[in-house]
Write a protein that binds this ligand. Structure first.
Ligand code: BGP
Length: 468
């Protein structure tokens, strides 16, 4: 399949601190919510992960060699502030200076996320994003990073996937603190994260820090199961709850009536309420006029029908195909169409959903400036055979999604780059180590890297695009 992407299109690789760095107790790093949760679960350890804390020069040299123009990195908040606030850990600060320098030395632009799921333990124990003290601490931490690293970093991301945090923590229960079906908490957490994001954007602009700032949302498209009209209500409920609520927050600066109609109905059916303060709305309104870009993470779409029974969700975190169940009271139930392929973790492969999502953003939020696809890729059980990893399925997956991006660009949607998830194999929060996404295979025992077939393909595509 030929791909025609603009010459200046960015080919990036994505990572997240906790999933690649390892070294979770090294050089004064403070604890995060996941340290305790993973220990309690006793399924897998976040150490050594891809040992990026020490191996970053190798990964950046490989990035340069394989046509990776940019890298998504997150700062581990507790390497800088071990307790979330207060005393600064100079060793952590020095680490990120060295890491960003290495990026620039290799001509790999860093796109830096301030919060990628790893809330400092103390703040987590006091309510995480449900507590406004976390919001205040986050704003201070962001301010510190902008001032300290602003000469090296020109692209900032406030929060990665607020919806995954809220639903993982309070609905699916596969993120700490492991609570299920509490939609009130999930919706409140999303709102509070939107406020945190807005305050940080406003501060960035007020202090005139150099560069651009945006947020990363996971966005999935919803379609009616069996094409039946009665399923459209579930499609709307899911879309509003998972996508529109937070897109309204960042682009409109308020929650529109059609959005609140659904949110209030979901809250009512789940005996919940949402608290929104006037000052928070003022912050949202101001930030909506100043945000520079949207990072769109896309992996899958869903086919749904209404569901009014008792909620039941089973997260397939093992790769046993066919075990995922998703039924959420007053929201919807996911139905799997046997004609649409899915991964071993039951993630539905549907590139059209990416195109449809971008079109929806363009139509509903005409003030959006530009979009980066900040995560997309295939989780698979890759194997090394005779020293090689032939991940053709990944190449096919990425090609199909890049095709959807090419079509979006042709339809006038401003998409500026694509970050493959992931740059190298790494630790997966709820799946451990057997779900691999990387361009570079990682042997987690020796930390050896083996560029996969996809890496060679990527290099060719990246170079061809630049020379087109
Ligand atoms: C996104 C997260 C990433 C990453 C990815 C793949 O939601 O931002 O951190 O984990 O999904 O997910 P998983 O590791 O569950 O397969």
């Amino acid at each position: 399949m030929t791909l025609l992407l603009p010459k200046e299109f960015i080919f990036g690789g994505a990572t997240a601190a906790y999933q690649v760095e390892g070294a979770t107790t090294e050089d004064g790093k403070g604890p995060v919510c996941w340290d305790v949760f993973l220990k309690e679960q006793d399924r897998f350890s976040p150490d050594p992960a891809s040992d990026f804390y020490h191996e970053y020069p190798t990964d950046l040299a490989l990035s340069k060699k394989y046509g990776v123009d940019a890298i998504r990195i997150s700062i581990a908040w507790t390497r800088i502030f071990p307790n979330g606030t207060g005393k600064i850990n100079e060793k952590g600060v020095a680490y990120y200076h060295a890491l960003f320098d290495e990026c620039l030395k290799n001509d790999v632009q860093p796109y830096v996320t301030l919060h990628h799921f790893d809330t400092p333990l103390v703040l987590h124990q006091n309510g995480d994003w449900l507590n406004s003290k976390t919001v205040d601490a986050f704003v201070d931490y962001a301010d510190y990073c902008f001032a300290e690293f602003g000469h090296q970093v020109k692209k900032w991301i406030t929060i990665n996937e607020p919806a995954s945090i809220a639903f993982g923590q309070y609905v699916v229960g596969n993120f700490p603190p492991n609570i299920q079906y509490d939609l009130e908490k999930a919706i409140q957490s999303m709102h509070n994260q939107m406020v945190a994001h807005a305050k940080v954007v406003n501060l960035f602009k007020e202090k005139d820090y150099p560069g651009e700032i945006g947020i990363v949302h996971i966005l999935e498209s919803y379609y009616p199961a069996e094409d039946a009209v009665e399923n459209l209500a579930a499609v709307n409920a899911c879309n509003v709850l998972y996508n529109q609520f937070m897109l309204d927050a960042i682009y409109k600066g308020y929650y529109d009536d059609d959005t609140m109609f659904v949110i209030n109905k979901v809250l009512e059916q789940n005996q919940g309420k949402l608290e929104i303060k006037a000052t928070e709305l003022a912050a949202l309104a101001k930030a909506a006029k100043q945000i520079d870009f949207l990072g769109l993470n896309y992996y899958q779409s869903h086919f749904v029908r209404p569901f009014l029974g008792e909620s039941y969700i089973h997260h397939n975190g093992t790769g046993e195909k066919g075990t995922a169940v998703f039924q959420l009271k007053g929201v919807g139930e996911r139905i799997y169409n046997p004609n649409i392929p899915k991964t071993d973790w039951d993630w539905v492969i549907y590139p059209k959903g990416l195109y449809d999502m971008m079109l929806y953003i363009k139509n509903r939020y005409p003030n959006y400036q530009k979009i980066y696809i900040t995560e997309n890729g295939l989780g698979d059980k890759d194997q090394v055979i005779s020293g090689k990893v032939s991940d053709q399925a990944r190449i096919d997956y990425v090609t199909a999604h890049l095709k959807a991006i090419e079509e979006a660009i042709q339809s006038g949607i401003r998409v500026k780059g694509y970050f493959i998830w992931s740059l190298q194999d790494m630790f997966s929060w709820t799946n451990g180590y057997n779900k691999r996404y990387g361009l570079f295979y990682v042997d987690f025992d020796t930390q050896e890297r083996i560029p996969k077939k996809s890496a060679a393909w990527w290099k060719k595509l990246s170079e061809k695009t630049k020379n087109s």
